[in-house]
Write a protein that binds this ligand. Sequence first.
Ligand code: MG
Length: 254
Amino acid sequence: MKVARVSHQGAIRYGIVDDGELVVLAGDPMFAGFDTTGERLPLSDVALLAPVIPRSKVVCVGKNYHDHAAEMGGEAPEAPLLFLKPNTAVIGPDDVIVRPPQSERTDYEGELAVVIGRIAKNVPVERALEYVFGYTAAVDVTARDIQYADGQWTRGKGFDTFCPLGPVIETEFDAGAARVQTRLNGAVKQDAPLSDMIHSVADIVAYASAAFTLLPGDVILTGTPAGVGPFVAGDRLEVEITGIGTLRNTARDA
Ligand code: MG
């Protein structure tokens, strides 16, 4: 199922995308289940929002593809390299990424995002996927010059608007059979099978949950393949993941 969070006539609604329409749900399916209201809305009548607002955090994995680690000038670390983005960085489909004046180089990183559905602490790898609600696409927007200048990544990856998510959450998704592709103004910049990830979704959920409790609605960005690069004001970014859809955003200067 493709779960959408939308704005309709000034109200936030949740629904299931079905054949160009939204089957409206009674509440947030992560907490209220999949009861429907009986309404069907044409998708053209609603605006898609970020499909989830992380309860507490966006967990990210750095250098989770060998070819991206190589393009950054090093080896991939042996264990998942975790960092956090604040939930205030999240924006939705068609929202605008704002390039901060402190940075002269902002990069796109197209990534698969995992949406946690249950409280997860010390979850074993074999059961980790039971804690996943679904999957969506993300951009790990990065002020590369600030990331390097600060020596750690919080500010460079944490600016407002630096975590586009969407367009929907796919609850039935096989990462082993899908690809992630990033396009800049229509030109393909990143294109890789998700099976190229060094640490699998299950590995990452288990590893992160051994460090901190994951809450329903927390999001994990699983890393980016090779081909990262800069974008500027006026550019159009698209991250497409097979079976999920295409997340589209534009950029402007602050
Ligand atoms: Mg990244």
